[in-house]
Write a protein that binds this ligand. Sequence first.
Ligand code: C5P
Length: 225
Amino acid sequence: MSKTRLIVALDTPDLKAAEILLKKLKGLPLIYKVGSGLFTFAGPRAVDLAHKYGGKIFLDLKFHDIPNTVRNAVESAARLGVYSVSFHLSGGAEMLKAAVSLKKRPLLWGITVLTSFDEKSFSRTGFKNKIERTVFNLAALGAENGADGVVCSPREAAAVKKRFGATLQIITPGIRLEAGGDDQKRTLTPAGAASAGADFIVVGRPVLKATDPAAAVRNILEAIQ
Ligand code: C5P
């Protein structure tokens, strides 16, 4: 079984706060995630900053648009030199194929069902199936059309790994040391996600809000060994 890797979300309000965090985490074996909050404010400078501190970057802008627009966005991400980008698999096969067709591109990680949904809130979106069935359908769409990985909750990771693990990397946000307390609903611990077969876990607030973020990262790394 391959080793689970840790992605830390640079969910900071600005570059200054991002750099304070990067300094604290310097030297630890991490991938950094730049998401829509920091990127909307700071743009590609956020990616440059994280690159300066070493490691790979997951650009998590969750693209969801017509095929030509998503292809252009992924092409731009390639120019930034990021390792991976996210997009919504509900954007459909044509959208994914347009991105896959690029010669030089980052890894394409498809979002299935956001980890902040529970069955009740998900039933209001218009999807007709339950969460797990929807995750499977979207993962199948990804596997059939050239996605490199699939983002799901750690609760679905074992089943998704079993069925799609040969073709798709499994990326799981929704990592909590204990359940409850915020917007993430379908959560597991770092160790739980790793033993479910996650190739990458994404952690934000449990690291960002820790009094000692480096110690929090070391504990998580130990737990996912
Ligand atoms: O703070 P927290 O650990 O909840 O951060 C999780 C990060 O992963 C956030 O940046 C969030 O945008 C991202 N993410 C997620 N669910 C997905 C994809 C990405 O929570 N399906």
